[in-house]
Design a protein around this ligand. Structure first.
Ligand code: ZN
Length: 159
């Protein structure tokens, strides 16, 4: 397996989870930048101060879920050990957005969301979608949010 393919799988994990959870995707790429080996750029939809705690809590949980998805997908699809330096930036961001919560709550949140991610990524159809996105990324390097959704639909239609 090439390093590029592994990056593609990682970014496909972020992208597929975003799409499954109705989080907008601007683009996903395996072209390296100062942010890392690749990037899944999501639409910023952070709730405002005026939004309820429930809305903010659900948003936060989804953010964490999408962030950890790159690392979890490497574990599920490729059998890699879940905590790898490759996902370090993702986990740094998770820790940043969980700041202000007490450690126990933050850890419980990460554990629950990790379990959710494992469950979703074990589904055969989702694994097929991730591989299809990863293949397209290796070929085209960058995909728009619409292209991600299109590929996922094609896989569903073929199943
Ligand atoms: Zn990542």
């Amino acid at each position: 397996m090439t390093d590029e393919y592994r990056t593609a799988i990682h970014e496909a994990g972020h992208a597929v989870m975003s799409a499954l959870k109705n989080k907008g995707i601007e683009y996903v790429t395996i072209l390296p930048s100062d942010k890392g080996l690749g990037e899944c750029k999501n639409v910023d939809d952070k709730p405002g101060e005026e939004d309820s705690d429930i809305v903010q809590g659900l948003w936060l949980r989804r953010e964490v879920l999408i962030l950890i998805s790159g690392t979890i997908v490497e574990a599920v699809v490729m059998g890699m050990h879940p905590i790898k330096t490759r996902g370090k930036h993702d986990y740094d961001v998770v820790n940043m957005i969980l700041q202000g919560f007490d450690d126990e709550v933050a850890q419980k949140n990460i554990d629950e969301v990790t379990a959710d991610a494992f469950e979703l990524f074990r589904k055969p159809i989702v694994q097929k979608q991730i591989k299809a996105i990863a293949d397209a990324l290796v070929e085209r390097k960058t995909l728009s949010g619409d292209e991600v959704k299109q590929i996922m639909k094609q896989v569903e239609g073929a199943a």
